[in-house]
Write a protein that binds this ligand. Structure first.
Ligand code: FE2
Ligand code: FE2
Length: 313
């Protein structure tokens, strides 16, 4: 057995032990989990329902990203990733749009025809991210996407809980739906994060793949539902999305996976494309360092930038 076979087998072994522990207990949500009679005779907040419609759309075609994840798993000879997708991820994700859609239709916020026409557009657009990815790059994409989605649902839930209408049966129903789905997204985040940590434990020389996938990252909604995704920054402000907390999570994860060097390099490169995530003082720093942002992973400046950014949050 050569060293690399040993590494691959050790990763597989650890990941299957991990999946054995959690997957048998998983259960997709179902329409029967909810008391739909709670909606009778209630009116819904029009703008909030627009955000619910957006998440319904981006949740409506999990088969497309599943194909990309499965291809990455096969390409990298990583059955653990295939197992997670086929045994749990796809079953759970396939149900996320279902109660949202039901809620929109039952509250009279959108017609079934309208939602289904929009879903068809989403399916036609497909999923463009991660072609050619290794299992490690795919796990990095998954980690970031699940993290953001989890936080977004938590934000929506907390917003509703702070409203005067929080005790209305129909609001309580939506709070429960958001809570149930958020918990699943958080579990998916945990699996990808564990996958990344396990791969790097045995193959630490692959840190650059994590940096690269993090830098290229954009939320799938930009392509799946562009005219809806463009409203996300407005919702983030209105519903008080904890950007700082999110950056802390990303920063902590990247330091854990790739050290300060990786964080520094990822932050520099990412900052050039997505300035919105950075407060003004870091944007200034990034602009100063822009000319050298393509330095190699080993550059001492990446280490320094990583330290500064990790401290700033
Ligand atoms: Fe989801
Ligand atoms: Fe998810």
């Amino acid at each position: 057995m050569n060293y690399s076979t040993y590494q691959t087998e050790a990763i597989e072994k650890d990941m299957h032990v991990f999946l054995d522990r959690y997957l048998p207990k998983r259960k997709p949500i179902s329409l029967d989990d909810y008391d739909w009679s709670a909606i009778e005779n209630s009116s819904a907040d029009v703008e909030f329902m627009e955000a619910v419609a957006f998440v319904t759309l981006v949740e409506s075609n999990p088969e497309a990203p599943a194909q990309v994840l499965l291809a990455a798993s096969d390409r990298s000879n990583s059955p653990w990733l295939r197992r997670f997708i086929t045994e749990t991820w796809l079953q759970e994700e396939s149900m996320h749009a279902v109660p949202y859609k039901e809620y929109l239709i039952r509250t009279g916020s959108y017609s079934r025809t309208f939602i289904e026409t929009e879903i068809k557009k989403v399916i036609d657009r497909g999923f463009i991210h991660g072609s050619g990815y290794t299992e490690l790059q795919a796990a990095t994409y998954g980690w970031l996407q699940e993290l953001i989605t989890w936080r977004f649902y938590e934000t929506m839930r907390e917003y509703l809980q702070n409203q005067q209408s929080a005790e209305n049966p129909s609001t309580k129903l939506l709070i429960k739906i958001l809570d149930d789905i958020a918990k699943q997204e958080n579990f998916h985040r945990h699996v990808y994060k564990t996958g990344i940590a396990t791969i790097l434990k045995y193959q630490p020389f692959r840190k650059n793949e994590v940096v690269k996938a993090a830098v290229q990252f954009t939320m799938p909604g930009h392509h799946m539902a562009p005219e809806w995704q463009s409203k996300a920054p407005h919702w983030a402000t209105k519903y008080n999305f904890p950007i700082k907390k999110l950056i802390q999570d990303m920063t902590k994860g990247l330091v854990e996976f790739t050290g300060y060097r990786g964080l520094g390099q990822a932050s520099l490169l990412y900052g050039l494309h997505n300035k919105i995530f950075f407060p003004w003082h870091l944007r200034a720093l990034i602009n100063v360092l822009k000319p050298v942002a393509n330095w190699s992973y080993n550059s001492p400046f990446n280490y320094l930038t990583g330290r500064i950014i990790a401290k700033a949050f």
